[in-house]
Design a protein around this ligand. Structure first.
Ligand code: AMP
Ligand code: GLY
Length: 240
């Protein structure tokens, strides 16, 4: 899709990018080069969502809490890396996969099958237990304004069963998070990203609230789908 020529004919006051694919392919860089106001990260920063390997290295460099992991560039490396993890183990494809790039393997055979179906570029990581939340902040390169925390239902079937999806539904009730935990997440996860790279746009941390505190499962660089529906529904001021 030619977003740039669409914007040049419509002249929007502001463009807010919803899906990840245009962000990862550099729509923000192109709009900015023509001085068209747009909310989102530049292409390089969109790699936080576009590549799990990039995101993992980034988190390790900045000391952002996340699951212990190994990266693999081929199937042989991946099979060897599996030995260093207990079961269940989490296998993630490097690139965008619309919610289908992650397999939680409960047996050695499942782990090998996951590596073979998602490879060759993979992140293998320890399984984290806890409550999963979506923490989204709007960032302007210097400051970060968090939305209320949301939760989405990942498993495809009722009763939290079946394979993971990008999210079957979401809710937000304002009581999921106390202010101390919100501050902790801002300080340990969101602020380091904004301070280090001057991130602009929506920074979405998918977090597992483990017994050792919040740990990042993934970054997205956009509002969540379906979390946005719950957030917009509860918003009392003008989003724009
Ligand atoms: P991701 O795209 O990395 O967020 O993974 C998709 C889903 O898989 C997450 O929303 C979690 O439900 C689950 N998941 C990912 N990583 C882990 C992990 N290390 N431990 C447990 N569950 C995970
Ligand atoms: N609901 C998860 C996501 O938008 O990626």
């Amino acid at each position: 899709t030619d977003y740039l020529s669409a914007a040049e004919s419509v002249h929007p006051d502001l463009t807010v990018v919803g899906p990840e694919a245009p962000l990862v392919s550099g729509v923000v860089d192109r709009f900015r080069s023509r001085h068209l106001p747009i909310v989102g990260p530049v292409q390089e920063h969109a790699q936080l969502e576009g590549s799990k390997i990039y995101a993992k290295r980034f988190m390790e460099d900045l000391g952002i809490p996340t699951a212990r992991s190994a990266q693999a560039q081929d199937l042989d490396q991946a099979r060897k890396a599996l030995d260093r993890f207990d079961l269940p183990v989490v296998v993630k494809a490097d690139g965008l996969a619309a919610g289908k790039g992650v397999i939680i393997a409960n047996t050695p055979a499942e782990a090998i099958a996951a590596v073979e179906s998602l490879g060759p570029n993979l992140v293998i990581e320890e399984f984290l237990e806890g409550e999963e939340i979506s923490f989204i902040a709007l960032c302007d390169g210097r400051s970060a304004l968090p939305f209320e925390v949301t939760q989405d239902h990942k498993a495809v079937h009722d009763g939290d069963t079946g394979p993971n999806t990008g999210g079957m539904g979401a809710y937000c009730d304002g009581r999921l998070m106390d202010s101390a935990t919100t501050s902790r997440i801002l300080d340990t996860v969101i602020r380091p990203v904004v301070d280090r790279i001057g991130f602009t746009g929506f920074l979405y941390a998918g977090l597992m609230m483990t017994a050792d505190g919040p740990k990042v499962l993934e970054f997205n660089v956009r509002l969540g789908d379906p979390e946005t529906q719950a957030l917009m529904h509860r918003m009392s001021n003008d989003f724009a």
